[in-house]
Ligand binder design. Sequence first.
Ligand code: GN1
Ligand code: MG
Length: 357
Amino acid sequence: MMATKNDTINGVLGNFRIEPKEYQLQTINQGYINDTYLVMDGTTPLYIFQRINQNVFQDVKGIMDNIEDAFSYLVDPSYSTIELVKTKSGATYFNEEEGGYWRLMTYIGNSTAHNTTTDTKIAQEAGRIVGKFHQLLADASIENYVDTIPRFHDLSLRQQQFEEALGNADPKKLDISKDAIVFAKNTLEKLKALNSAELPLRVCHNDTKLNNILFSKEENKALCLIDLDTVMKGYFYYDFGDAIRTIANTANEDEQDHSKITFEKNLFEAFVEGLSVNGAFLTKDEISLLPWGAVFMPFIHGLRALTDYLNNNIYYKVSYENQNLDRCLSLFDFTKKALLQIDYMQEVVENKLVPIQ
Ligand code: GN1
Ligand code: MG
């Protein structure tokens, strides 16, 4: 008899330090990169098991070292701890030769994640936990962190990749996406100024979209950030902007009906309010550039999606042919809406956030 996928995965699980038994597995279809499974004992969820996408993450050891170091600082009564379950030989990941690299983490019970929200309590809690994450990691030694995806949020790299894709793309695709291409070129010019800003490098999460925040099921209290694959050096405005693009906007990332894409001021304010309850942890310059982060992050993601569309979907997993284009158009639409709110955002962040001295 052919082994089923579950048997195979159970076989890999046997390499980790957990009670040896037959577990039930549930595929989690979130995310564009890794394969994720919920490991259950009967109906009780116990672990998150992931196969790391090596096409995207070539330095698996670097990622796991970054995560292990970050977890050692993310210890606080108001922050839930996730543990890496070691393999039988004491490693943080298992290399299954042909099958790739696997890691196992403890699952936080009674938790949930939201793709979008209209609830200001959730937005505020998201701000509080993103701020707490940064406060706790401010004690980590930045030089210990490996750049596992070098220049991940570097706009000049993304511009170069976009220009290469333009050069190789199918003329039909260039025609279908012509308006997006014009917007991309114009906005790249506008955002160049951000490159010259002198800001402190921090240990960032780099993927703080709302569904990477875990909430308690009962009261929607933010528990912790998940998906720490991209924990690397970065600027705070990356984490701010990535959260805002998924919180102040109540539509999904690939929403095709742009009338549903809006910049919700009450959710923006609630998020900033949540950041502020942590007290002062940002410099004056970091605070003053936050509104640009809310433009920069949806834009850079839209640009990457457009590039991948032109490259025939070689990077992101897509569930239909034009998903990357839909993501690009929706992300660019939110970028335009955020651009209209720069002055408003400036006022809110200056009013609510106190800089460190
Ligand atoms: C990718 O697979 P997922 O959802 O964790 C991407 C993020 C984007 C996200 C959504 C390594 O993350 O940067 O925010 O899709 N991660 C990588 O657009 O490229
Ligand atoms: Mg991710």
